[in-house]
Ligand binder design. Structure first.
Ligand SMILES: [Zn+2]
Length: 319
């Protein structure tokens, strides 16, 4: 059993865990909602519970694992296991020794990495990016995150590379959850899209989005709700999705103009749900802004799906 590792993908809405063997195969998994109230201790406890469940699913104890990796939002320090400023998580404005706390709780060594970067590395090693030497991972979900592989190696810059969600697609544009204006995420992030939908609805625009949200008993406009509304040809939904695609196409093409990678891997909750369906309009939008558009990069939907983040996190073990 020594070859099994654990992976935890800590998201703003859910904690996905997986037990993975040395070939990248998932042997057990579990998912819990991310606590919306409390503090980092509560989040760590929910993470430990979810990981134990995944271990049980795989028929092992957490303490028998070779190690456990965590893909974390915010500023995740790989060396110390400390996570700071994870603002999508409750009470996490400061720093919290997540690695140390989880090592204690689970009885196996826990390593911390950046959530989007580990998901990008998983797609590069085992998923939709396997055949490429260089790629840009774009994770379209609550926010819009990015990861980079250049010359077959992760590129972290000084620790903050890949923040494609905060590339400016419109100067002086919409307010971004980061506090700045005109970022890609201000148009395409699920959270920002929900805020815009709410505002327009309150201003009198008709939409079924919020009715669907209540009907399906969801606390927020999930990617599934957006999809249902799109299926119903809800006008506001169509407009906001189109606006998101325009922003994504602009931001991604601008990034390609700079780094000219072979492929773009589109992941995240919305990316996985809408990737195939909206591939054509996305590529058309990119095409408008690509400086060299005779050979656009391959655009692929992440193939490890919802488990990509957890699988990527498990790759931190033994590094
Ligand atoms: Zn921003």
């Amino acid at each position: 059993m020594a070859e099994l590792s654990g992976g935890i993908d800590l998201g703003g809405t859910k904690i996905q865990t997986a037990i993975v063997d040395s070939g990248g195969e998932v042997k057990g998994e579990a998912r819990h909602p991310t606590p919306t109230e409390g503090d980092p201790e509560d989040v760590a406890e929910a993470m430990a519970t979810a990981l134990r469940e995944a271990a049980e699913d795989a028929g092992v104890e957490a303490s028998e694992l070779q190690g456990i990796g965590v893909g974390s939002p915010g500023d995740a320090d790989e060396k110390t296991g400390v996570v700071s400023s994870a603002r999508n998580l409750p009470g996490w404005e400061g720093s919290f020794p997540l690695g140390e706390k989880l090592t204690e709780a689970l009885g196996a060594e826990v390593k911390i990495g950046n959530d989007v970067q580990v998901a990008t590395e998983a797609e590069f090693e085992l998923g939709a990016g396997k055949e490429f030497e260089s790629l840009l991972g774009v994770f379209w979900g609550t926010g819009v995150g990015g990861g980079l592989i250049l010359g077959a190696k992760p590129w972290l810059g000084r620790g903050a590379a890949g923040e494609i969600g905060h590339m400016v697609v419109k100067r002086g544009g919409a307010k971004c959850p980061c506090g700045r204006e005109g970022c890609l995420e201000a148009y395409a992030g699920r959270k920002a899209m929900e805020a815009e939908a709410r505002k327009r609805h309150e201003d009198g625009e008709k939409t079924d989005l919020f009715k669907l949200m209540e009907k399906h008993d969801k606390p927020r406009l999930t990617s599934g709700i957006w999809e249902r509304a799109l299926d119903h040809e809800d006008k506001l939904t169509e407009e906001l999705i189109e606006r998101a695609i325009e922003a994504l196409g602009t931001g991604i093409a601008s990034a390609i103009n700079l780094i000219d990678v072979e492929a773009v891997i589109l992941g995240g909750g919305l990316g996985i749900r809408f990737g195939e369906r909206l591939m054509e309009p996305l590529q058309e939008e990119m095409d408008k802004h690509l400086f060299v558009n005779e050979r656009p990069p391959a655009v692929r939907v992440a193939s490890l799906g919802d488990l990509g983040g957890a699988i990527g996190a498990s790759l931190l073990v033994g590094r």
